[in-house]
Design a protein around this ligand. Sequence first.
Ligand code: SF4
Length: 188
Amino acid sequence: MMHIHRYYDVDIVNGPGTRCTLFVAGCEHQCRGCYNQSTWRPDSGVPFTLAMEEQLIADLQDQRIPRQGLSLSGGDPLHPHNVPHIRRLVKRVRRDCPDKDIWLWTGYTLAELTAAQREVIAEIDVLIDGRFIEAEKDARLLWRGSRNQTIWYLRQPQSEDAEQHAADGHAAEGDPQRARRERVMQHQ
Ligand code: SF4
């Protein structure tokens, strides 16, 4: 069973718009300067129960507080222990909440993902990848902690995302290589 540390049913900090955000347990990257060391063990936190999953789906479908989507962070949602659980969850969100976007933060880079991890990525909209590197830390970055991390728009961005993408100077302008990679991914 997958464990989690926190669930926010209304979150405006982790990703664009109003979102549901799940912080899962389990991370093997051991980044220096990690502010989330308590999440490293996959058995830390509390079990993610079916009742919690049902609540998450109900929150995403809640019309009273419209959510733009789901953010998955941690810990690392793509820790091998979490992959089958996260894959099942994102498939369910796609099926039951087709108008919601899914953002996922991982310490692995896109290039080093295994086949099983890529099955998860196939279901999401946006991936923010790479370990946190203290020497490349930059508080001005949007959605990222350090400059080595990349925002991959894996599906056609919605207009609001596109604006935020453009507002993120480091992703769109400061690093032509990175901007090019992002364009390539958008067009796949
Ligand atoms: S990937 Fe994130 S949670 Fe994992 S060690 Fe690095 S900073 Fe911490």
